[in-house]
Design a protein around this ligand. Structure first.
Ligand code: FAD
Ligand code: DLZ
Ligand code: SF4
Length: 523
């Protein structure tokens, strides 16, 4: 690497900071700056990520380095196979400091707690100023979220979302929400329609960089979960923009109504599949929301779809990130429902007669993706009802999805699906029987089990599991006004029926094979 005349500023850019306007870079002079990018073993293996996730990050990082170099930046890029690679961000920063003799380090705060703790140690470890800048790609800063959360018992997303609508002006007509309502969810719960033919999402062919990375991943991480064959994620800004264009042109219109629908072998429906690009910095959240709003203002997309999409991004996505930084590190070990059952092996193999779960695991394995309602109401609902141990479920979700970073995965898993935070995020557990999945999907028709059978041989396991869950957590849930009424139904059933449910659930739970160790973390 050519030496820089005066001592430069050294700027580490992490794998989810692939944005040319990120705070550490945007005001810097090119001739006075070295950008450091590092493929490191620690990040690739702190959990044993899905192969597609590693391939996506490495390919996107390498494309970003090329984009920066084309724009005239000096980039020092350390590949995983570099024989001197120390394997960690801090180790690589040490080596880079020796190479470049910088006068200071500037870095944008990390997305994940684990990495941020390491960054906090840098000022003591390096004999130079280390400036840690806020990640202003998010609309709500961590401090702003904490202020909002201060003194509230329940952190109701809907109220936070309204603040974000006011702050951004998105879908606002003056002081009022567009169309007169903040939320059009009531129109957004359609089951799949028989004639639904969702357009194919753009699939991006691997270029030379991606092919090289895929070979590297197959070689080094071949025993990690998941397949590489269907790797088609956008890996640079141009591809990510094309993916967004296709979503706005072809799917946004039906995004809202079919947001909760599930169809066997259909992995995308009308979802955007933009989370992988958003989370590593290839797309800008606010820009996407403005484009969605424009589609509504131009009469190209209905308000319920556009509002639904914007709520996912400036509502849920921002809220989840604020929640993470407000609740860490306790969230990692939270277990308000004292759940202790090991994760079943079928989460890794897909080998179960429960057709809904088998299909969600298949999509997860083949695409490193499953859509929201599959994650929440099938995989998540099962984990909640069966009382799976939060730390194992958290690890699973962190491993298997290409869009998974702890800041977004952990609140969704711990607080949203498992109620492990004791109800700060969700006002009640998202518990459902087979009836919900039957209504919202085409899974049940060809399943070994019947959603209409409540107990015994052939009954959908979600049915007895639902009541088993409710019965075993009565002390914690009965006083919750959103769920307490359920217990009147339970009491009316009478002892014999209750016994049937409980026995049926116990019999099913006894059949679950615990996962063999080593899938999620090195032994
Ligand atoms: P769309 O349905 O098109 O939604 C648009 C965008 O809204 C998404 O790209 C995403 O950025 C945002 N969004 C929607 N819901 C959420 C949410 N609950 N939290 C945060 N952002 C949201 N999303 C991740 O990005 N990474 C994760 O690791 C992750 N783990 C999850 C785990 C569980 C248990 C659950 C229930 C949800 C999880 N989600 C996660 C949220 C959501 O499932 C994904 O963002 C979504 O499926 C990504 O697909 P998409 O881009 O097609 O989303
Ligand atoms: C997910 C991931 C992986 C697999 N590998 C790397 C890497 O080698 N180098 C890197 O900079 N980032 C990687 N990432 C993304 C990081 O885990 C992510 O940027 C931080 O955890 C955010 O705090
Ligand atoms: Fe899933 Fe039950 Fe339907 Fe089978 S019957 S697909 S297990 S919800």
């Amino acid at each position: 690497m050519a030496s820089t005349p005066s001592r430069p500023i050294l700027i580490p850019v992490l794998g989810d900071q692939l944005t040319p306007t990120i705070a550490s870079i945007r005001d810097r002079a090119k001739d006075d700056t070295v950008i450091l990018m590092m493929e490191v073993w620690d990040e690739a293996t702190y959990v044993r990520h899905h192969k597609q996730k590693i391939a996506l990050i490495f390919s996107a990082m390498r494309h970003f380095a090329a984009e920066l170099r084309d724009a005239g930046w000096k980039v020092d890029y350390v590949e995983l196979n570099d024989p001197d690679n120390s394997g960690s961000f801090t180790g690589e920063l040490f080596r880079a400091v020796e190479r470049h003799d910088p006068r200071a380090v500037h870095v944008v705060e990390a997305g994940e707690w684990r990495v941020q703790q390491a960054i906090f140690e840098w000022p003591d470890k390096f004999d130079m100023p280390v400036e840690i800048l806020p990640d202003d790609r998010f609309i709500c800063s961590i401090a702003e979220f904490r202020d909002w959360a201060e003194g509230r018992d329940h952190l109701t997303m809907e109220y936070f979302y309204r603040e974000m609508r006011r702050k951004t002006g998105l879908l606002m007509d003056g002081e009022k929400p567009a169309g007169g309502k903040w939320n059009y969810d009531a129109q957004n719960r359609k089951p799949p329609a028989g004639d639904m033919v969702p357009p194919e999402r753009p699939l991006f062919e691997a270029d030379a960089i991606t092919r090289q990375v895929i070979a590297l991943v197959a070689d080094k991480f071949g025993d990690h979960f998941g397949t590489l064959e269907k790797f088609r994620w956008p890996v640079n800004r141009e591809e990510a923009e094309k993916a967004a264009d296709a979503f706005f042109a072809e799917r946004l219109g039906r995004f809202g109504p079919y947001q909760d629908a599930m169809v066997h072998d259909e992995d995308q429906l009308y979802h955007s599949l933009l989370s992988t690009s958003l989370n590593c910095g290839l797309l800008d959240p606010l820009d996407l929301c403005r484009r969605a709003e424009q589609a509504y203002r131009d009469g190209d997309a209905p308000l319920n779809s556009v509002e639904g999409f914007i709520r996912q991004i400036i509502g849920w996505r921002e809220y989840i990130r604020g929640f993470y930084w407000t609740m860490m590190p306790g969230l990692q070990t939270a277990n308000a429902l004292d759940a202790t059952r090991p994760l079943p092996e079928f989460y890794w193999t897909g080998e179960t007669d429960m057709r809904c779960l088998a299909d969600c695991v298949r999509s997860t394995r083949d695409n490193a993706h499953a859509h929201h309602i599959q994650r929440l109401m099938v995989l998540g609902n099962f984990a909640l009802l069966a009382g799976l141990r939060p730390e194992e479920v958290q690890d699973w979700y962190l491993v298997v999805y290409a869009d998974a970073y702890e800041w977004v995965e952990l609140p969704n898993v711990s607080a949203m699906i498992l109620y492990a935070d004791g109800g700060k995020l969700a006002t009640k557990p998202y518990a459902a029987s087979g009836n919900y999945i039957n209504k919202m999907s085409d899974y049940c028709g060809q399943c070994t089990y019947s959603p209409n059978k409540k107990t015994g041989e052939g009954a959908c396991p979600f049915n007895p599991l639902y009541w088993h869950f409710m019965a075993r957590h009565r002390d914690k849930l009965e006083s919750n006004h959103r769920i307490g009424r359920i217990y009147a139904t339970w009491d009316r059933m009478g002892e014999a029926k209750q016994h049937e449910y409980l026995e049926s659930a116990e019999a099913f739970l006894a059949t679950l094979e615990p996962a063999t160790s080593g899938w999620a973390r090195e032994e």
